[in-house]
Design a protein around this ligand. Sequence first.
Ligand code: NAP
Ligand code: MG
Length: 489
Amino acid sequence: MSSSSTTWDYAPAPESAPAEIAEAYGLFIDGEFIEALDGGSMDSIEPGTGQLLTRFAVAGQADVDAAVAAATRAQPAWAALPARERGKYLYRIARRLQERAREFAILETRDGGKPIKESRDVDIPEAAKHFFYYAGWADKLDYAFPGRRAQPVGVCAQIIPWNFPLLMAAWKLAPALACGNTVVLKPAETTPLTALRLAEVCQEVGLPQGVVNVLTGAGETGAALAAHPGVQKLAFTGSTEVGKKLAEGVAGSGKRLTLELGGKSPHIICEDASLDQAVEGIVQGIFFNQGHVCCAGSRLLVQESVQDEVVEKLAWRMQQIRVGDPLDKNTDLGAINSAGQLETIQRYLALGQEEGATLHESGQFGTLPEGGYYQRPCYFENVQPAHSIAREEIFGPVLSVMSFRTPEEAIQRANDTPYGLAAGIWTDKGSKMFELASRVRAGVVWCNTYNRFDASSPFGGYQQSGFGREGGRHGLKPYLKLTSWGAEG
Ligand code: NAP
Ligand code: MG
């Protein structure tokens, strides 16, 4: 046991399997990896070390045109395949993801900074599950929406963020392909690697050319793709700010749109809850993945009578969190995704204190790896509902602790937000659980647990957290034209 902390010191346990990373990557268009037409490229940094990991192509307008053209050419034949054949391709992708899971986990961790145990146990298996799940729907679409005729929408532009790079790609690609659409996917600029490796898997399983295209690049690439007239459907996961711009751009164009945006999700801890279990849920809900989770439980609303006890337990539990090398199998909290995101988090830590809240920084003592982007877990006390740290999404391992007296006040505080993505409710009383769950405005409400996902369960938000659902049968709908039998699609 270390003398300076209550945490056991473990010997380093780095994940050491080989996972090849090339010096540079091209765009994936029409089944081939090619350079950007104007030769543009960008660096991808390894957040755990701050060092260059690889370079990747930046797609310009001409590349966007080429990718949309490839997807347009491929779409009729893809849609005309017997549905069970489309399903087979999805099964094959799922299996290859499982077979190459270790390699994908290492790439995800090196490119994005998340702990290897999360990429290994959550991101990659969940991504494979999504392909398995939607493979099963491919030949059952007429049963998914009884009495309606289900036809594909066409070419889909899909733009995803950096917090769950492969999983977000799977959430988007699997239902789109199952429904007979073709896709142009734009990964985030800090985490392009696993989307490109997934493109390789598409080649391996013999997916017809042009069905999936991957365009790496920056925000301008995403903007050009979203604005392309050849795109029939736009699916975006990312910030509310960019989501709003895309919604304005799409208005009147006839394009379909789904948005999965930010959040400021509350936990409501009632005095009758099992407090140890609740504290574990809070810790998982905000420190999991460095708080880079759109549905992170970043606002803690705790009933006054148990506030001191909960905060004491939380402070103790946070000391046990291991912060450090993302590739180490014992690490709980890895690296912040980018220098820019670390700056944002640190700006909020300063702002919270200026506003009058009290900052507690915690986690394992000792030194953090040099060169990388690290932030120990933090919580704020003396937070007022009007403080920025109680209202704005920080997207880091930072929790704001507030209290309530009555369940009525808990609901009012929980709903006092422009967002509405998720919520956690902790109580031993079933009737109270149902009452609170039905009155909190959030797309997902977890009771006595947090951050549980399943491919068969829909996910999405209210208000500024976006609209449309991904996952489950609901997740098919944005990718289908549903008409009455006999009517023209
Ligand atoms: P972001 O800046 O909105 O970026 C998301 C994606 O959009 C990236 O691929 C980005 O490319 C691209 N992009 C940037 N500007 C664009 C533009 N003008 N037009 C089209 N595309 C553009 O968000 P982020 O900071 O990467 O991700 C964090 C946010 O995502 C958080 O707010 C989080 O809550 C949200 N999120 C929501 C969910 C959900 O399911 N609701 C899930 C995950 C994340 P670059 O990377 O090159 O900038
Ligand atoms: Mg990176």
